[in-house]
Design a protein. Structure first.
Length: 313
C-alpha cells in the first residue's frame, strides 16, 4: 500500500482521492488483461491521483476503457469530465437519470452552490468539465459491459439517489455500492469491525426504495462490498442490519420532529444520538466529541436530506 492507493484482490485497487481527509473518498481502479476501468472519480482535484495510480500500475492512459460513476454527486463524479479529457479511449458509463448532468453540468453545479454555498463549491469542486455526449453510455437494469472479457453488471439502486446504479463484479463476487450501502470510515471501526452510517444527503432519499435496493444487493450473496466511503468490507448481511436499523431510526425520528421548532438542529441532535448509540453498542471508546467531529458532515447532510423527504411526503 502507498499513501494514495491500496491493491486489493482480483485486480482491484482503491485510490484515495484526497477529498476532505485521508481515506474519506475513494475511486476504484479495476485492471483486467492490461485494460482498466475507474469506478467513481472523486472531484476535479482527484484526477492527478487517478492518473498517478494508472502510472503506478504500468498502464498508459489509453488503457482505460470505462469511467463509471455510481451516481452524479460530486464526490463520486465531479472529476469525470476532467478525467475523460485525459483518457482518449474511455467511455463514460452512467445511470440514464444522471447522463444529462455530466453532458451539461451547469444545473448540477448550480445545485451544489445552493447546498454548500459558492465559496465552498469553488474550493472543493472547481468548475465541472462537460463530457461529450458521443462518449457517454447510459445503463439499464441488468445491462452488462465487459472489461477485456470481465463482466460488469449494472443494477438500478435508488434510495440514496434516483440516478444511482451499483456494479456487480463477477470476478470478485462483489458490488461497487457508491452510497447505496452507506458509509464506512476507517476511523470509526470498532472491536466488532466496521461501523456503517447511512448517507441520506439531499434531495432524493427514499426509505422504501433503499430497503429494496439493499435487499437486491444481498440477494447476490456478495463476498465483498466496495464502498466509495471507504474501501472494501465483508460480512455484508451483518452490516446491512446495522445500516437499515439506523435508516429506520432516522426516519422515525424525523417524523416525530416534522413540526418541531428549529427542526434542522433537532434533526442533527437526533441523528448524532442514533449514531453514537450504535457506536457504543459496537464497543467504540472514542469520546463523544470526537465521534461528532468525524460525523459532522454526515449529520448535516443527512438532516438536510431527511428534511427534504419530510416536506416531499
Amino acid at each position: 500500500m502507498t499513501g494514495l492507493y491500496q491493491r486489493l484482490e482480483h485486480g482491484i485497487s482503491v485510490v484515495d482521492t484526497g477529498f476532505v481527509r485521508p481515506r474519506f473518498d475513494a475511486s476504484f481502479l479495476i485492471v483486467e488483461n492490461g485494460r482498466a476501468a475507474f469506478v467513481d472519480t472523486g472531484p476535479n482535484s482527484a484526477v492527478p491521483r487517478l492518473l498517478g495510480a494508472l502510472e503506478a500500475h504500468g498502464l498508459d492512459r489509453d488503457a482505460v476503457d470505462y469511467v463509471i460513476p455510481t451516481h452524479v454527486h460530486l464526490d463520486h463524479a465531479g472529476g469525470a469530465g476532467l478525467l475523460m479529457q485525459e483518457l482518449p479511449r474511455a467511455q463514460l458509463v452512467i445511470h440514464p437519470r444522471g447522463a444529462r448532468h455530466l453532458i451539461d453540468p451547469s444545473m448540477l453545479m448550480e445545485g451544489v452552490r445552493s447546498v454548500y454555498g459558492p465559496e465552498v463549491a469553488a474550493r472543493d469542486y472547481g468548475e465541472l468539465v462537460p463530457v461529450p455526449a458521443e462518449r457517454v453510455i447510459t445503463t439499464a437494469e441488468g445491462m452488462v459491459i465487459e472489461l477485456s472479457g470481465r463482466p460488469l453488471r449494472f443494477a438500478d439502486t435508488p434510495g440514496h439517489a434516483r440516478h444511482h446504479h451499483c456494479i456487480w463484479d463477477e470476478a470478485s463476487q462483489g458490488w461497487f455500492t457508491g452510497d447505496t450501502f452507506g458509509i464506512v470510515y476507517p476511523e470509526l471501526h470498532t472491536p466488532r469491525g466496521p461501523y456503517i452510517v447511512p448517507a441520506t444527503a439531499p434531495v432524493q432519499f427514499d426509505q422504501e426504495a433503499l430497503h429494496a435496493s439493499v435487499a437486491r444487493l444481498l440477494a447476490q450473496r456478495p463476498q465483498v462490498m466496495y464502498l466509495t466511503h471507504y474501501g472494501a468490507v465483508r460480512d455484508a448481511e451483518t452490516l446491512a442490519v446495522q445500516f437499515l436499523a439506523q435508516v429506520d431510526a432516522m426516519a422515525d425520528a424525523a417524523r416525530s420532529l416534522v413540526n418541531a421548532p428549529g427542526r434542522h438542529d433537532a434533526l442533527k441532535r437526533a441523528f448524532g444520538d442514533i449514531y453514537i448509540a450504535e457506536l457504543r453498542r459496537s464497543g467504540s471508546t472514542l469520546a463523544d466529541a470526537r465521534l461528532r467531529e468525524l460525523l459532522a458532515t454526515d449529520i448535516e447532510l443527512n438532516a438536510q436530506g431527511l428534511a427534504t423527504w419530510l416536506d416531499r411526503n
